[in-house]
Design a protein around this ligand. Structure first.
Ligand SMILES: [Zn+2]
Length: 199
């Protein structure tokens, strides 16, 4: 009898485990799915995969951009490093400032020279209202007499008055982007300027 009881007690838990557990209610099932998804998203391997995929996408876009140059690099962005190597330039910038920084670095910007070469109908020529033959971002940023205000302070903050150097360093791009918004030289930034002044 003693032996039988021993065997029964050994079998019982196993019998218990074999029994199929009742199906969980729907809410519990959903929670379980969510937990396992969260777990997957937190896995370093998946994060690495996502990062690699994202960098590959950026590299593809960058190569496409560079191919469009036909071997002629002109803007600071084209002369500079690969785009994801320069995310540091945007650190701490507000959204309109970051947008201004991109436009300055790529020179795809709302000034006559770029707009005229892109055949924007309202733009009749490349010239600047100040009389200069070409209204480029370099001209507006460093030379245009119409936007003198705050320029020397901007150059001081930028740490350089050399256009390419300025737009390739973090203090430089910060100072240039902030100044560009404040200057009102780009119509599209007038709203951003008001927003920044309100803060
Ligand atoms: Zn000008």
């Amino acid at each position: 009898m003693k032996g039988n009881a021993k065997i029964r007690s050994r079998l019982q838990p196993r019998r218990g485990r074999k029994r199929r557990p009742p199906l969980p209610p729907l809410a519990e099932k959903e929670a379980w799915v969510k937990r396992s998804l969260d777990h997957r998203l937190n896995s370093p391997r998946l994060r690495k995969e996502i990062q690699t995929w994202w960098e590959g996408r950026l590299q593809g876009r960058w190569l496409h951009y560079q191919r469009g140059l036909r071997g002629k690099a002109t803007s600071p962005a084209q002369k500079g490093d690969l785009v994801w190597g320069r995310w540091d330039l945007h650190e701490g910038l507000k959204k309109p400032e970051s947008s201004a920084a991109v436009q300055l670095r790529t020179e795809k910007i709302g000034f006559s020279h770029f707009l005229f070469t892109r055949k924007v109908p309202e733009v009749q020529n490349s010239s600047c209202p100040c009389g200069a033959a070409r209204q480029t971002s370099k001209h507006v940023l460093l030379f245009c007499p119409a936007y003198q205000a705050g320029r020397s302070q901007m150059v001081l903050e930028a740490g350089s008055s050399d256009y390419d150097t300025m737009l390739s360093s973090r203090p430089g791009i910060r100072a240039a982007a902030k100044w560009l918004i404040k200057s009102g030289a780009l119509h599209q930034f007038s709203l951003a300027k008001e927003m920044l002044e309100e803060q």
